[in-house]
Design a protein around this ligand. Structure first.
Ligand code: SAM
Length: 263
């Protein structure tokens, strides 16, 4: 690995969710979840807490960074390291083209918490050969990792995240694992393929279905799907329509999504 320059960077920017990871055990756990030699995309390298170790481990590393000053730092590093590439910009726009161009096996990131929900909806809508290791605010991680049907924590994001992923929690972290410390605890989730062959139409149908199904989470599914589902559909899908959406299993969501007419 080429010599790594220290990042010249001023105060952490709240607007970019900059809470830099300083806990060595957390850094080692995240990095070692990625196999040596893999092609990796890192979202938000920041000052390099994870990046510097990933550079030594990955076969190729592409970092996506929105902060101008940090992106410029990584661009300078990339000039001296052919295995490192930089995409400067908003991950919400850059993710698709970066994934299409580099075909990563793994995606890693201590995610900016302000966009972690919509970003996860983008991330789970693909199949990677390897997987993803992502840091979230703890409550968000618990919702994403909740098993469909398991109750209160389960929401639309839990269902779409399980379409083609197994999810396990690698770490939970206190606020002082970061500088500056956030006001919340954090957790790291590992996503690994569950063997489902990703199909865009099926995924979009599932996404539409859970949006409707969780529109009012305290209502029954009969109410949320009023006008869209009749008794025959509930029977065909083997779903009790008096249940709340948080009680439907993954198999039931899949059956319902494939039974509803396309939008
Ligand atoms: N990976 C570093 C670490 O663990 O110390 C930094 C993590 S910090 C929580 C989030 C990083 O994402 C910051 O570097 C921030 O500038 C970057 N970021 C924030 N919003 C972004 C966006 N929309 N697109 C790309 N990067 C973003």
């Amino acid at each position: 690995m080429k010599k790594q320059q220290k990042v010249a960077h001023g105060r952490a920017k709240k607007s970019l969710g900059q809470h830099f990871l300083v806990d060595p055990h957390a850094i080692a756990t995240i990095v070692s979840a990625v196999p040596r030699g893999a092609t990796v995309v890192e979202i938000g390298p920041g000052r390099g807490a994870i990046t510097d170790h990933l550079r030594a481990r990955a076969g190729a590393l592409v970092v996506i960074e929105k902060d101008d000053q940090l992106a410029a730092h990584w661009a300078r590093q990339a000039e001296e390291d052919p295995r490192l590439q930089v995409a400067h910009g908003d991950v919400m726009e850059r993710l698709e083209p970066v994934v299409a161009a580099h075909r990563p096996q793994w995606i890693v990131g201590n995610l900016p918490y302000n966009i972690s929900g919509p970003l996860t909806a983008l991330l789970v809508a693909r199949n990677l050969e390897g997987g993803m290791v992502l840091m979230y605010q703890r409550e968000v991680a618990e919702r994403i990792a909740a098993e469909p049907g398991s109750g209160r924590l389960c929401g639309g994001i839990s269902v779409i995240s399980r379409y083609c992923w197994n999810i396990d929690t690698l770490l939970t972290l206190p606020a002082d694992a970061f500088d500056p410390p956030p006001k919340v605890e954090s957790a790291v989730l590992r996503f690994t393929p569950n063997g489902t062959c990703f199909d865009q139409r099926t995924f979009l149908a599932l996404q539409r279905c859970v949006r409707t199904g969780f529109a009012h989470r305290r209502k029954t599914v009969a109410n949320n799907f009023r006008g869209l589902c009749n008794d025959a559909i509930w029977q065909q899908c083997a779903i009790d329509p008096t249940l709340r959406p948080e009680r439907l299993t993954m198999a039931q969501w899949m059956r319902l999504a494939s039974t509803l007419p396309p939008a």
